[in-house]
Design a protein around this ligand. Structure first.
Ligand code: COA
Ligand code: ZN
Length: 298
Protein backbone atom coordinates (compact mmCIF):
# COMPACT_ATOMS: atom_id res chain seq x y z
CA UNK A 1 0.00 0.00 0.00
CA UNK A 2 1.18 3.51 -0.79
CA UNK A 3 2.49 5.31 2.25
CA UNK A 4 0.69 8.53 3.16
CA UNK A 5 2.18 11.93 3.88
CA UNK A 6 -0.29 14.11 5.77
CA UNK A 7 -0.27 17.77 4.78
CA UNK A 8 -1.87 20.52 6.83
CA UNK A 9 -2.62 23.43 4.52
CA UNK A 10 -1.95 26.68 6.40
CA UNK A 11 -2.39 29.39 3.75
CA UNK A 12 -5.56 30.83 5.34
CA UNK A 13 -3.63 31.37 8.61
CA UNK A 14 0.18 31.46 8.28
CA UNK A 15 -0.20 32.52 4.63
CA UNK A 16 -2.40 35.52 5.30
CA UNK A 17 -1.42 36.68 8.78
CA UNK A 18 1.56 38.80 7.67
CA UNK A 19 0.19 40.05 4.34
CA UNK A 20 0.06 43.82 3.99
CA UNK A 21 -3.05 43.24 1.89
CA UNK A 22 -5.87 42.24 4.25
CA UNK A 23 -8.36 39.88 2.64
CA UNK A 24 -12.05 40.38 3.25
CA UNK A 25 -13.93 37.71 5.17
CA UNK A 26 -15.68 36.74 1.94
CA UNK A 27 -12.33 36.23 0.19
CA UNK A 28 -11.03 34.20 3.15
CA UNK A 29 -14.20 32.11 2.97
CA UNK A 30 -13.69 31.52 -0.77
CA UNK A 31 -10.09 30.52 -0.15
CA UNK A 32 -11.12 27.99 2.52
CA UNK A 33 -13.76 26.55 0.18
CA UNK A 34 -11.26 26.31 -2.65
CA UNK A 35 -8.59 24.63 -0.50
CA UNK A 36 -11.13 22.22 1.01
CA UNK A 37 -11.77 20.99 -2.56
CA UNK A 38 -8.09 20.09 -3.13
CA UNK A 39 -8.34 16.88 -1.10
CA UNK A 40 -5.80 18.07 1.47
CA UNK A 41 -6.56 16.17 4.70
CA UNK A 42 -6.06 19.08 7.14
CA UNK A 43 -6.79 22.79 6.75
CA UNK A 44 -6.01 25.60 9.20
CA UNK A 45 -8.65 28.25 8.55
CA UNK A 46 -7.36 31.12 10.70
CA UNK A 47 -6.59 32.09 14.27
CA UNK A 48 -8.44 33.36 17.33
CA UNK A 49 -5.92 36.04 18.24
CA UNK A 50 -6.19 39.66 19.27
CA UNK A 51 -7.48 41.61 16.24
CA UNK A 52 -5.25 44.47 17.41
CA UNK A 53 -2.17 42.22 17.18
CA UNK A 54 -3.12 40.52 13.89
CA UNK A 55 -5.95 42.37 12.10
CA UNK A 56 -5.62 40.01 9.12
CA UNK A 57 -7.20 37.25 11.25
CA UNK A 58 -10.17 39.24 12.60
CA UNK A 59 -13.48 37.43 12.19
CA UNK A 60 -12.20 33.84 12.13
CA UNK A 61 -15.33 32.94 14.15
CA UNK A 62 -17.45 33.85 11.13
CA UNK A 63 -15.45 31.43 8.97
CA UNK A 64 -15.73 28.72 11.62
CA UNK A 65 -19.52 29.03 11.52
CA UNK A 66 -19.77 28.30 7.79
CA UNK A 67 -17.19 25.64 7.03
CA UNK A 68 -17.93 23.64 3.90
CA UNK A 69 -19.03 20.09 4.63
CA UNK A 70 -16.00 18.35 3.17
CA UNK A 71 -13.85 15.41 4.30
CA UNK A 72 -11.11 17.63 5.73
CA UNK A 73 -10.07 18.26 9.34
CA UNK A 74 -10.38 21.99 10.02
CA UNK A 75 -8.27 23.65 12.69
CA UNK A 76 -7.40 27.09 14.07
CA UNK A 77 -4.48 28.62 15.93
CA UNK A 78 -5.06 29.97 19.44
CA UNK A 79 -2.45 32.04 21.33
CA UNK A 80 -3.91 31.77 24.85
CA UNK A 81 -6.81 30.48 26.94
CA UNK A 82 -9.06 33.27 25.71
CA UNK A 83 -8.48 32.12 22.12
CA UNK A 84 -9.10 28.54 23.26
CA UNK A 85 -12.48 29.50 24.74
CA UNK A 86 -13.47 31.49 21.65
CA UNK A 87 -12.49 28.65 19.29
CA UNK A 88 -14.31 26.08 21.42
CA UNK A 89 -17.45 28.25 21.47
CA UNK A 90 -17.18 28.57 17.68
CA UNK A 91 -17.42 24.78 17.43
CA UNK A 92 -13.79 24.06 16.53
CA UNK A 93 -12.19 20.91 17.98
CA UNK A 94 -8.63 20.98 16.62
CA UNK A 95 -6.29 23.77 17.70
CA UNK A 96 -2.69 24.77 17.14
CA UNK A 97 -0.87 26.50 19.97
CA UNK A 98 2.41 28.20 19.19
CA UNK A 99 5.01 28.36 21.88
CA UNK A 100 8.55 29.42 21.17
CA UNK A 101 11.81 27.83 22.21
CA UNK A 102 13.30 31.16 23.35
CA UNK A 103 12.41 33.85 25.86
CA UNK A 104 12.50 36.76 23.40
CA UNK A 105 10.38 35.11 20.73
CA UNK A 106 7.65 34.34 23.27
CA UNK A 107 7.76 37.93 24.50
CA UNK A 108 7.47 39.33 21.01
CA UNK A 109 4.87 36.89 19.76
CA UNK A 110 2.47 36.53 22.68
CA UNK A 111 3.88 38.92 25.28
CA UNK A 112 4.68 36.16 27.76
CA UNK A 113 7.94 34.80 29.14
CA UNK A 114 9.24 31.32 28.30
CA UNK A 115 8.23 29.61 31.55
CA UNK A 116 4.80 31.30 31.56
CA UNK A 117 4.26 30.13 27.99
CA UNK A 118 5.02 26.52 28.92
CA UNK A 119 2.69 26.76 31.94
CA UNK A 120 -0.03 28.11 29.66
CA UNK A 121 0.55 25.27 27.17
CA UNK A 122 0.26 22.73 30.01
CA UNK A 123 -2.98 24.39 31.15
CA UNK A 124 -4.43 24.30 27.64
CA UNK A 125 -3.39 20.66 27.12
CA UNK A 126 -5.05 19.75 30.43
CA UNK A 127 -8.32 21.42 29.42
CA UNK A 128 -8.18 19.95 25.92
CA UNK A 129 -8.02 16.43 27.36
CA UNK A 130 -11.30 17.10 29.20
CA UNK A 131 -13.00 18.89 26.29
CA UNK A 132 -12.03 16.31 23.66
CA UNK A 133 -10.01 18.87 21.72
CA UNK A 134 -6.94 17.90 19.67
CA UNK A 135 -3.95 20.16 20.23
CA UNK A 136 -1.03 20.46 17.85
CA UNK A 137 1.72 22.13 19.84
CA UNK A 138 4.14 24.16 17.73
CA UNK A 139 7.63 24.64 19.03
CA UNK A 140 8.45 27.81 17.12
CA UNK A 141 12.03 28.91 16.36
CA UNK A 142 13.28 25.36 17.00
CA UNK A 143 16.50 26.01 15.05
CA UNK A 144 17.19 29.75 14.96
CA UNK A 145 15.46 32.61 16.77
CA UNK A 146 15.37 36.05 15.11
CA UNK A 147 16.15 37.67 18.49
CA UNK A 148 18.48 35.17 20.21
CA UNK A 149 20.22 33.39 17.33
CA UNK A 150 20.86 29.64 17.07
CA UNK A 151 18.83 27.40 19.39
CA UNK A 152 20.70 24.35 20.74
CA UNK A 153 19.17 20.95 19.91
CA UNK A 154 19.47 20.05 23.62
CA UNK A 155 17.13 22.96 24.43
CA UNK A 156 14.54 21.76 21.94
CA UNK A 157 14.85 18.13 23.10
CA UNK A 158 14.31 19.15 26.73
CA UNK A 159 11.31 21.30 25.78
CA UNK A 160 9.89 18.50 23.64
CA UNK A 161 10.24 16.11 26.59
CA UNK A 162 8.31 18.50 28.83
CA UNK A 163 5.56 18.95 26.23
CA UNK A 164 5.29 15.23 25.37
CA UNK A 165 4.47 14.53 29.03
CA UNK A 166 1.15 16.33 28.37
CA UNK A 167 0.38 14.07 25.36
CA UNK A 168 -0.40 16.62 22.64
CA UNK A 169 -2.13 15.19 19.56
CA UNK A 170 0.98 16.31 17.65
CA UNK A 171 4.23 18.10 18.35
CA UNK A 172 5.28 20.30 15.44
CA UNK A 173 8.90 21.34 15.15
CA UNK A 174 8.83 24.74 13.44
CA UNK A 175 11.58 26.58 11.59
CA UNK A 176 9.70 29.85 11.90
CA UNK A 177 12.21 32.05 10.08
CA UNK A 178 13.43 29.49 7.55
CA UNK A 179 16.99 29.28 8.84
CA UNK A 180 17.45 25.53 9.34
CA UNK A 181 19.48 23.31 7.03
CA UNK A 182 18.76 19.67 6.16
CA UNK A 183 21.58 18.17 8.22
CA UNK A 184 20.29 19.82 11.41
CA UNK A 185 16.73 18.85 10.57
CA UNK A 186 17.72 15.25 9.92
CA UNK A 187 19.63 14.97 13.20
CA UNK A 188 16.97 16.60 15.37
CA UNK A 189 14.02 14.78 13.81
CA UNK A 190 15.80 11.40 13.90
CA UNK A 191 16.46 11.86 17.59
CA UNK A 192 12.83 12.87 18.27
CA UNK A 193 11.50 9.95 16.20
CA UNK A 194 13.74 7.52 18.11
CA UNK A 195 12.38 8.86 21.41
CA UNK A 196 8.67 9.24 20.62
CA UNK A 197 7.92 7.50 17.31
CA UNK A 198 6.90 9.43 14.22
CA UNK A 199 3.10 9.33 14.61
CA UNK A 200 2.85 12.29 16.98
CA UNK A 201 5.48 14.44 15.29
CA UNK A 202 5.51 16.84 12.35
CA UNK A 203 7.48 19.69 10.79
CA UNK A 204 6.71 23.26 9.73
CA UNK A 205 9.22 24.91 7.41
CA UNK A 206 9.67 28.35 5.89
CA UNK A 207 11.66 28.94 2.72
CA UNK A 208 13.70 32.06 3.51
CA UNK A 209 16.98 30.43 2.49
CA UNK A 210 15.60 28.15 -0.25
CA UNK A 211 16.13 25.08 1.93
CA UNK A 212 12.54 24.35 2.92
CA UNK A 213 11.96 21.54 0.44
CA UNK A 214 15.38 20.05 1.27
CA UNK A 215 14.35 20.21 4.93
CA UNK A 216 11.09 18.40 4.14
CA UNK A 217 13.14 15.69 2.43
CA UNK A 218 15.51 15.41 5.40
CA UNK A 219 12.54 15.09 7.76
CA UNK A 220 10.94 12.40 5.55
CA UNK A 221 14.23 10.49 5.64
CA UNK A 222 14.08 10.73 9.45
CA UNK A 223 10.63 9.13 9.41
CA UNK A 224 8.43 12.23 9.64
CA UNK A 225 5.14 11.90 7.74
CA UNK A 226 3.25 15.07 8.75
CA UNK A 227 4.00 18.52 7.34
CA UNK A 228 2.52 21.99 7.20
CA UNK A 229 2.66 23.91 3.95
CA UNK A 230 1.01 26.88 2.32
CA UNK A 231 -0.54 27.03 -1.15
CA UNK A 232 1.65 29.16 -3.40
CA UNK A 233 4.31 29.40 -0.70
CA UNK A 234 2.61 32.32 0.97
CA UNK A 235 3.41 32.97 4.60
CA UNK A 236 5.31 34.59 7.42
CA UNK A 237 5.02 35.64 11.02
CA UNK A 238 4.36 39.30 11.81
CA UNK A 239 6.49 39.00 14.97
CA UNK A 240 9.48 37.14 13.51
CA UNK A 241 11.54 39.56 11.44
CA UNK A 242 12.95 37.93 8.32
CA UNK A 243 10.40 35.14 8.15
CA UNK A 244 9.48 34.47 4.56
CA UNK A 245 6.86 32.23 3.02
CA UNK A 246 6.04 28.71 4.09
CA UNK A 247 7.20 25.83 1.97
CA UNK A 248 4.70 25.71 -0.90
CA UNK A 249 2.08 22.97 -0.78
CA UNK A 250 2.50 22.25 -4.49
CA UNK A 251 6.26 21.72 -4.00
CA UNK A 252 5.66 19.34 -1.07
CA UNK A 253 3.00 17.43 -3.03
CA UNK A 254 5.32 17.17 -6.04
CA UNK A 255 8.23 15.97 -3.90
CA UNK A 256 6.17 13.41 -2.01
CA UNK A 257 4.26 12.02 -4.98
CA UNK A 258 7.45 11.85 -7.09
CA UNK A 259 8.99 9.71 -4.36
CA UNK A 260 5.99 7.36 -4.29
CA UNK A 261 4.09 8.72 -1.30
CA UNK A 262 0.43 9.63 -1.48
CA UNK A 263 -0.86 13.02 -0.27
CA UNK A 264 -4.47 12.92 -1.46
CA UNK A 265 -4.03 16.39 -2.96
CA UNK A 266 -5.38 17.00 -6.45
CA UNK A 267 -2.79 19.18 -8.21
CA UNK A 268 -5.11 20.96 -10.69
CA UNK A 269 -7.46 21.88 -7.82
CA UNK A 270 -4.51 23.12 -5.76
CA UNK A 271 -3.29 25.26 -8.67
CA UNK A 272 -6.77 26.82 -8.83
CA UNK A 273 -6.44 27.78 -5.16
CA UNK A 274 -3.01 29.26 -5.85
CA UNK A 275 -4.43 31.33 -8.72
CA UNK A 276 -7.28 32.52 -6.48
CA UNK A 277 -4.76 33.57 -3.83
CA UNK A 278 -2.83 35.51 -6.46
CA UNK A 279 -6.02 37.33 -7.48
CA UNK A 280 -6.84 38.21 -3.87
CA UNK A 281 -3.33 39.30 -2.89
CA UNK A 282 -2.82 41.19 -6.15
CA UNK A 283 0.44 39.53 -7.17
CA UNK A 284 0.97 36.08 -8.75
CA UNK A 285 1.70 33.36 -6.21
CA UNK A 286 3.37 30.01 -6.70
CA UNK A 287 5.96 27.65 -5.32
CA UNK A 288 9.32 26.87 -6.89
CA UNK A 289 7.75 24.26 -9.15
CA UNK A 290 5.10 26.68 -10.41
CA UNK A 291 6.53 27.13 -13.90
CA UNK A 292 6.81 23.39 -14.46
CA UNK A 293 3.40 22.61 -12.97
CA UNK A 294 1.61 25.22 -15.10
CA UNK A 295 3.66 24.85 -18.29
CA UNK A 296 0.75 23.45 -20.35
CA UNK A 297 -1.66 26.19 -19.35
CA UNK A 298 0.77 29.04 -20.07
N1 COA B 1 -8.57 36.67 20.83
C1 COA B 1 -9.11 37.90 20.77
N2 COA B 1 -8.80 38.90 21.62
C2 COA B 1 -7.92 38.62 22.60
C3 COA B 1 -7.32 37.37 22.73
C4 COA B 1 -7.68 36.37 21.79
N3 COA B 1 -7.15 35.14 21.84
N4 COA B 1 -6.51 37.40 23.79
C5 COA B 1 -6.57 38.63 24.30
N5 COA B 1 -7.42 39.38 23.59
C6 COA B 1 -7.77 40.78 23.80
C7 COA B 1 -8.16 41.09 25.22
O1 COA B 1 -9.53 40.85 25.41
C8 COA B 1 -7.83 42.56 25.31
O2 COA B 1 -8.82 43.31 24.64
P1 COA B 1 -9.15 44.84 25.04
O3 COA B 1 -7.89 45.62 24.77
O4 COA B 1 -10.27 45.18 24.11
O5 COA B 1 -9.53 44.76 26.48
C9 COA B 1 -6.55 42.66 24.49
O6 COA B 1 -6.61 41.57 23.58
C10 COA B 1 -5.30 42.58 25.32
O7 COA B 1 -5.34 41.42 26.13
P2 COA B 1 -4.06 40.85 26.89
O8 COA B 1 -4.44 39.60 27.59
O9 COA B 1 -3.45 41.96 27.70
O10 COA B 1 -3.16 40.46 25.68
P3 COA B 1 -1.79 41.08 25.19
O11 COA B 1 -1.94 42.50 24.82
O12 COA B 1 -0.74 40.70 26.19
O13 COA B 1 -1.57 40.24 23.84
C11 COA B 1 -2.02 38.18 22.67
C12 COA B 1 -1.40 38.84 23.88
C13 COA B 1 -1.57 36.75 22.68
C14 COA B 1 -3.53 38.26 22.74
C15 COA B 1 -1.55 38.92 21.38
O14 COA B 1 -0.19 39.18 21.47
C16 COA B 1 -1.85 38.11 20.14
O15 COA B 1 -2.99 37.89 19.77
N6 COA B 1 -0.82 37.65 19.43
C17 COA B 1 -0.99 36.89 18.23
C18 COA B 1 0.26 36.13 17.95
C19 COA B 1 0.19 35.47 16.61
O16 COA B 1 -0.86 35.23 16.02
N7 COA B 1 1.37 35.17 16.08
C20 COA B 1 1.50 34.55 14.82
C21 COA B 1 1.26 33.09 14.88
S1 COA B 1 2.46 32.16 15.74
ZN1 ZN C 1 4.99 29.53 10.16
Amino acid sequence: MTEQIVIKEVAPRDGLQAQPKHLTLEQRQQLVESLARTGVPELEIGSFVSPKAVPQMAGTGVLAAQLPDMPVAYSVLVPNMKGYDLALAAGMRSFAIAISATEQMNQNNIRKGLEDTFLMAEDILGRAAQDGVDIHVYLAVSFVCPYEGPVAPETVLAQAERLMRCSPARLMIADTIGAAHPKQVGELMSELVSRYGHEGLGCHFHDTRAMAIANVYAAIESGIRQFDSSAGGLGGCPFAPGAKGNVATEDVVLLCESMGFSTGVDMPALLESVALLGDFIGTPQGGRSHYWLTRDSA
